[in-house]
Ligand binder design. Sequence first.
Ligand code: CP3
Length: 367
Amino acid sequence: MTGRTNSVAEMPQGFLNASPQKPVKSLLRALAGEVLALPPVWLMRQAGRYLPEYRALRQRAPSFLDFCFSPELAAEATMQPVRRFGMDAAILFADILVVAHGLGQRVDFREGKGPVLMPIRSAEAACELSLHDFAARVAPVHETVARVAAMLPVQTTLIGFAGAPWTVACYMVEGGTSRDFAAVKRWAFGDAEGFGVLIDRLVEATILYLSGQVTAGAEALQLFDSWAGVLPEAAFRRWVIAPTRRIVAALKETHPRLPLIGFPRGAGLMYRAYFSESGVDALGLDSTVPVEIAHRTLQSIGPVQGNLDPLLLAAGGAAMMENVTAIRRALGEGPFVFNLGHGVVPETPVEHVAALVASLRQPVTAP
Ligand code: CP3
């Protein structure tokens, strides 16, 4: 999978110039390798607690998982940022831990504490995770996708998503968020074969889950590998790149033109290997990736997405705008999607998001 280029003619999606299949949606055009005058924009966690209308809607479900599994409420949450800001993409409202729940693990979201799971720490426990009821358990998410697809403006792209196996495994093994990932690393490093049972199960579940989203109407997919950056090289190749490649290959077999965005947060010097070897069509950059280097070494492989620091969005003003300009100057000459380097934080003022999107609808000012 090496040697891919950003030339539209060589992109494999079939979105060729002058072809009847050329997408009209700006996000799909950028993901197909087109260089646009103005970058399409969406934000990770664009639906969430920083929006007053989200906080009001969230009250209508007893728990966060109930909220994710209520197609009516989840579809409405998906639409909120699209309505308010005119984002170029809607990202399905759900959570990466829906897959753990779908496999039969106990998952709870506690107010102020984040997710709490019954930890899985042996191959025997991983074997008990069952794909048998998986499709039925995640069906409400697919219903959400279908509802959103039916009400989306024509210029807006519907992005489906899943957590990548390594990141979902981090939560499943640690039992929640972790500071050092000691339990999951101990297992992955000390008993690779046993840990591989869990990863294999996640690869299979993720393929089913994402295929279902595409069938229901998702037009692009993002794989969130939020904890990719905690692994040394060999483990990164084995637990981040290899499972991602299996998922991408399986999805491309059934949906050859589907654009896939990979987001291996914190991958640092491994970003390049991830992009050229995993098979993803576009690469999400975290905020620590220097944009000039990304332009030279990553955008030559394919489209990139990112990477404003979420706290710069929360800060707003001149500091935010200077960074936005620097990102656009470096990455706007190649195929590019504007985004943050991680999710919107709850304390973000909505006016800052509106100002950001308004600025992206104007050409970048001369230096
Ligand atoms: O981006 C979007 O708008 C779509 C929805 C979405 C959510 N989670 C909703 C959510 C997406 C794409 C995710 C992905 C997700 N979930 C990731 C990968 C991206 C990342 O942030 O690194 C991860 C690691 C999770 C797991 C997760 N979910 C954690 C650790 C938490 C608790 C922390 C927090 O922010 O509260 C969640 C909860 C969660 N997922 C919320 C939302 C809107 C907050 C729940 C609430 O409404 O109170």
